[in-house]
Design a protein around this ligand. Structure first.
Ligand SMILES: NC(=O)c1ccc[n+]([C@@H]2O[C@H](COP(=O)([O-])OP(=O)(O)OC[C@H]3O[C@@H](n4cnc5c(N)ncnc54)[C@H](OP(=O)(O)O)[C@@H]3O)[C@@H](O)[C@H]2O)c1
Length: 279
């Protein structure tokens, strides 16, 4: 069975994805900074490792451990991420750089370290959890959108680079999914911007978001999508799910593992809905 590394598995989409992959029989490594939040996954058979995706030493250590124990990573699920919300004027460049470190450079480094094994094996999958915010935008989300838009372009380029080696790069574009994501994003936003010149508009936007909060039933929908990540498309390798995400185009699919010859079918993800119009 293939070996999977899921980052950001202490919560939300990453945790739910890891749980499902364990149930499906994969050898699953789970990583996050809060190792204590992954005990439940360790109990069902995952190997939990503490890792900050922005830490070179951490990232190297985890990849080396997996190489020593299983040869390497067959499927890398780059899920760890967060959203830095606020007016561009209110966010320091230091914070903005950190947003890029977590959402782009961290996963880029991990991918660099994982690829040699996949190339040599002639097979492998990199799943990048982007966002519907990697294609569209909402006000006061400039830095978050910048990272996710960058991730989309980065993933598309990488896909072409590694395809001749049998390695696939898949992008998932969740819409609203009920996780810790909102607390991490909107808690600091109030502190950062509420009293400033953009405060009134930001509070208004938050009110609208809270008022219309009907996420699509928790991280399960994104898990379905992540599992579907093995389903490829000749026309697109992006899959969408969650509240507000764009309606999925019909995607010709094959299975997660590249051995899934006969499971080709067309699929539209049921969680997809129309995007909320940016205000
Ligand atoms: N929820 C949504 O509505 C939504 C929508 C679109 C896209 N997404 C994307 O989905 C992904 C997962 O988010 P989620 O909704 O599941 O949010 P979440 O519940 O807040 O989970 C985020 C995960 O990322 C990890 N993480 C954050 N910074 C990290 C770092 N420096 N090093 C290692 N791990 C780090 C966190 O673990 P530790 O804090 O323990 O390190 C946590 O496990 C993100 O990439 C997010 O952009 C989410």
């Amino acid at each position: 069975m293939e070996t999977v590394l899921v980052t950001g598995a202490s919560s939300g989409i990453g945790k739910a994805t890891a749980r499902k992959l364990v149930e499906d029989g994969y050898t699953v490594y789970v990583a996050a900074r809060r190792a204590e939040k992954m005990h439940d996954l360790a109990e069902i058979g995952a190997v939990a490792v503490q890792m900050d995706v922005t830490g070179e030493e951490d990232v190297r250590t985890v990849v080396k451990q997996i190489e020593a124990e299983h040869g390497g990573i067959d499927v890398l699920v780059n899920n760890a991420g967060f959203a830095l919300w606020g007016a561009v004027e209110d966010i320091s460049l230091e914070d903005a750089r950190y947003q890029f470190d977590v959402n782009l450079f961290g996963l880029a480094r991990l991918t660099q370290l994982a690829l040699p094994y996949m190339r040599e094996k002639g097979k492998g999958t990199v799943v990048n959890i982007s966002s519907m915010g990697g294609r569209i935008w909402f006000p006061f989300g400039a830095w978050y959108h910048a990272t996710k838009h960058a991730l989309e372009g980065w993933s598309d380029c990488l896909r072409h680079e590694v395809a001749p080696f049998g390695v696939d790069v898949i992008v998932i574009e969740p819409g609203g999914v009920r996780t810790e994501f909102g607390d991490v994003a909107f808690g600091p936003l109030k502190e950062r911007s509420a009293g400033g010149v953009y405060g009134e508009r930001i509070l208004g936007m938050m009110k609208r978001i809270e008022g219309s909060s009907r996420p699509c039933g928790g991280p399960g929908c994104a898990v379905t999508c992540s599992r579907a990540a093995g389903r490829r498309s000749r026309s697109t390798s992006a899959l969408r799910c969650g509240r507000g995400s764009r309606p999925s185009r019909a995607i010709p699919c094959s299975r997660w593992r590249s051995d899934g010859r006969s499971r080709s079918r067309r699929s539209t993800h049921p969680c997809s809905r129309r995007p909320a119009a940016p205000t």
